[in-house]
Ligand binder design. Structure first.
Ligand code: AN7
Length: 368
């Protein structure tokens, strides 16, 4: 019989800090498709898969962490939650706070979040404040609010978020039967690279199960982690925080990542890299995904694919490997980019009169 996915907490309860008594706040997140990317596989000679996180309830990977953070907020007796966000965290926090019956405050950088994400936060009834500053300024304020005021912080500095997000790695291994050789993903605030690495490490070690005793490791290995930042917002490449991050990929327009040390650890322990891709490379990968793979993502989500294509061009992608790329958020979050052609002009749909012959002519079709 078909199995209804129960959300990441119930699916992975034993590996998360919850008990049977925990009140679980879920919208059914996780269980997202691992799509075989035919054209990227043909390009590289490796088996390339896309973990399509846009299929989560609010359209991004943030939901995996938010189910845990909101569950923790309820357990702590919180009445209100707060987050800073480039957009996706706020959309997710607003939805999960609604499901939990909590008030939600979101701080976003003025003018720098996409309309889809802004609309989600408003739709779910969050109190949204546009701060005259960037994401890093917003996070600074959110942390201070969490410390000194009666609001519960649900940014990824809250360890519950990382716990939830590590389930992405579990799903990849459960689906492939082992860890991939490489895991590629965009890096912004660096919570996700931290979480995936944690998940992969946990799955590669024996596990003390409460119900079943000591279980063997699920995977035989851990992947090499490859993270990619936008060139104008690449503090890990610079080696220090950036005060004025800038990129069209607003999701990852972050100059001072909160999970700095754990991201460096993921990179170094896995023998991986964190490198930069330009906005042009991001938009080109965005176009590749939609036009060649059939997967529509938001620009920031394409940074990992841009990185793989760039490294392939440099001769640095080995053939015959298994490569998973997390594409982090849905294309409908920020759809305007698809309507720009490669030379930067706007796509204009062709207008025709209401008549089959005119339409056939416009299509270059001849009558059979
Ligand atoms: C689509 O929503 O930081 O490196 O406030 O929305 O874990 O931060 C979003 C980040 C990648 C980077 N892709 O992940 C926020 C926020 C998308 C994103 C990232 C984000 P992290």
């Amino acid at each position: 019989m078909a199995h209804q996915w129960r959300g990441v907490i119930r699916e992975y309860a034993e590996r998360l800090p919850v008990t049977e008594e925990t009140t679980v706040i879920t919208l059914g997140e996780g269980g997202t498709p691992l799509v075989h990317a035919q054209q990227l596989s043909a390009l590289t000679g490796s088996d390339v898969y896309l973990k399509v996180e846009g299929m989560n309830p609010t359209g991004s990977f943030k939901d995996r962490g938010m189910t845990m953070a909101m569950t923790a907020a309820v357990a702590a007796g919180a009445k209100a939650v707060v987050c800073a966000s480039t957009g996706n965290t706020s959309a997710s926090a607003a939805a999960y706070a609604t499901a939990a019956g909590l008030k939600c405050v979101v701080l976003v950088p003025e003018g720098k979040i996409s309309m889809g994400k802004l609309s989600q936060a408003i739709a779910h009834g969050a109190t949204l404040l546009q701060v005259d500053g960037n994401f890093d300024d917003c996070l600074d304020i959110a942390r201070k609010l969490g410390e000194s005021y009666p609001v519960f912080l649900v940014n990824s500095v809250n360890p519950a978020r990382i716990e939830g997000q590590k389930t992405g790695a579990f799903e990849v291994v459960d689906w492939l039967g082992d860890a991939p050789d490489f895991h590629v993903l965009p890096v912004g605030n660096a919570g996700n690279i931290t979480a995936y690495w944690k998940g992969y490490k946990e799955y590669s070690a024996p596990f003390e199960s409460i119900t079943a005793g000591t279980l063997a490791a699920v995977s035989t290995r851990t992947p090499v982690m490859w993270g990619f930042q936008a060139a104008g917002a690449a503090p890990f490449v610079a080696g220090h925080p950036i005060t004025e991050p800038d990129t069209i990929a607003t999701a990852i327009r972050i100059g001072n990542p909160a999970s700095w040390e754990t991201a460096i650890a993921a990179r170094d322990e896995s023998g991986g890299v964190i490198e930069a891709v330009t906005d042009e490379e991001i938009l080109s990968a965005h176009r590749w995904l939609s036009a060649r793979e059939g997967v529509f993502v938001e620009p920031g989500s394409a940074a990992g694919v841009a990185g793989l294509i760039k490294k392939h061009a440099a001769g640095e992608v080995p053939a015959g490997k298994t490569i998973v790329i997390t594409v982090t958020g849905h294309g409908l979050k920020d759809p305007q980019w698809a309507l720009r052609t490669e030379d930067g002009s706007e796509v204009q749909p062709v207008k025709v009169s209401n008549d089959v012959v005119t339409v056939a002519t416009a299509l270059g079709l001849e009558e059979k």
